[in-house]
Design a protein around this ligand. Structure first.
Ligand SMILES: NC(=O)C1=CN([C@@H]2O[C@H](COP(=O)(O)OP(=O)(O)OC[C@H]3O[C@@H](n4cnc5c(N)ncnc54)[C@H](OP(=O)(O)O)[C@@H]3O)[C@@H](O)[C@H]2O)C=CC1
Ligand SMILES: C[C@H]1O[C@H](OP(=O)(O)OP(=O)(O)OC[C@H]2O[C@@H](n3cnc4c(=O)[nH]c(N)nc43)[C@H](O)[C@@H]2O)[C@@H](O)[C@@H](O)C1=O
Length: 320
């Protein structure tokens, strides 16, 4: 498909897989704001994307024109390190089923989402797309990373053999509304937001933060990612995956101080060095996306404030 026609087809049927998640819900918001009127949505309980026959039946019945694949088994460093079989098996099943059935049922274009964890543990920083498969992966999430790399390769293989327009975006660490705030299985930002909030309301004297605090992480607000996904659907039909980052990184210690300040917790931080640091740094080079004309808009301080307001309104208030 030639770039430049997606945005003109506002009544095209678009399947947003994983529409209730952090990324999927942001993509639905972005598509609705952009005037798209025919979104095809299925919950995990409606359609288990690991079930090949159900996925094939769904695509042959619904015949969507476009697919944005934001469904996956996702979690933070502890979850990835604890459930490697789930992270490789479920993600391989979801992406293989969706990519194949999308192709065989005439979908015009599919966007697959990977992650910055696909890159080698000690890749050059900032990490260019060309660093893929040039060194050993980070052990805490190599199973998830291998699944995501296989997704990129599957999209490329279908482009080579069938001239099919499947593209891949590689987001950096994301945060925002509808994030996963699970105390153990979430990513660092929502985990700390919940922990600092609970410590504040319980007048706790200290909060435990995992690791040494020295790793660096790049963060992008999920509304920026959703904007980039729609931008790529419109503008990009290339073979190589595309990094989607903010270009802004902080140490985990700086992040913890920022979240502490936004939440208003006034106690101490305690570092639990029995927990893994993971990769020391994974700042991506997003200049390829920038050269296409896309830039992020949400600053981390504004994004944290907006996310905490959402958390108070949609998580805390619902528990009372
Ligand atoms: N969060 C992050 O920091 C980053 C995320 N990404 C990528 O973005 C994408 C979305 O991640 P994110 O939004 O954070 O994840 P979430 O866990 O918030 O959302 C994932 C969605 O997929 C659904 N899902 C999971 N398994 C199945 C299944 N078997 N069948 C149908 N639906 C299923 C979930 O439904 P349910 O909850 O009901 O099971 C959920 O709605 C993923 O590809 C991830 O790799 C990339 C980089 C960073
Ligand atoms: C997006 C990317 O995200 C994952 O990689 P990660 O960036 O290492 O994930 P993380 O957010 O869980 O940790 C970042 C850092 O933060 C520290 N940390 C401190 N305190 C908490 C804490 O309370 N929870 C968590 N989870 N981490 C903490 C933690 O020790 C680590 O040093 C991949 O699994 C994979 O999902 C992936 O693709």
């Amino acid at each position: 498909m030639k770039p430049g026609s997606f945005m003109s087809e506002k009544s095209a049927k678009i399947f947003v897989a994983g529409h209730r998640g952090l990324v999927g819900s942001a993509i639905v918001r972005k598509l609705q704001e952009s005037g798209f009127t025919n979104l095809l949505l299925r919950t995990h309980s409606d359609l288990d994307l690991t079930n090949q026959a159900d996925v094939e039946s769904f695509f042959s019945t619904e015949k969507p024109a476009y697919v944005i694949l934001a469904a996956a088994k996702v979690g933070g460093i502890h979850a990835n390190n604890t459930y490697p079989a789930d992270f490789i098996a479920v993600n391989l099943q979801i992406q293989t089923n969706v990519i194949h059935s999308a192709y065989t049922n005439g979908v015009k274009k599919l966007l697959f989402l990977g992650s910055s964890c696909i890159y080698p543990k000690f890749a050059p920083q900032p990490i260019p797309e060309s660093a893929l498969l040039t060194g050993p992966l980070e052990p805490t999430n190599e199973w998830y990373a291998i699944a995501k790399i296989a997704g990129i390769k599957m999209c490329q293989a279908y482009r080579i053999q069938h001239q099919w327009d499947a593209i891949s975006g590689m987001p950096t660490n994301l945060y925002g509304p509808n994030d996963n705030f699970h105390p153990e299985n979430s990513h660092v930002l929502p985990a700390l937001m919940r922990r600092f909030h609970e410590a504040k309301v319980n007048n706790a004297e200290e909060v435990v933060v995992w690791g040494s605090g020295s790793p660096l992480r790049e963060f992008l607000h999920v509304d920026d990612l959703a904007d980039a996904c729609v931008f790529l659907m419109e503008k990009y039909s290339g073979f190589e995956h595309v990094n989607v980052g903010s270009g802004v990184e902080v140490t985990i210690k700086e992040l913890a101080e920022l979240v502490k300040e936004v939440v208003g917790f006034e106690g101490k931080l305690v570092w639990d060095c029995t927990k893994p640091d993971g990769t020391p740094r994974k700042l991506m080079d997003s200049s390829k996306l920038a050269s296409l004309g896309w830039t992020p808009k949400v600053s981390i301080r504004d994004g944290l404030r907006q996310t905490y307001d959402w958390y108070l309104e949609n998580v805390v208030q619902k528990q009372q």
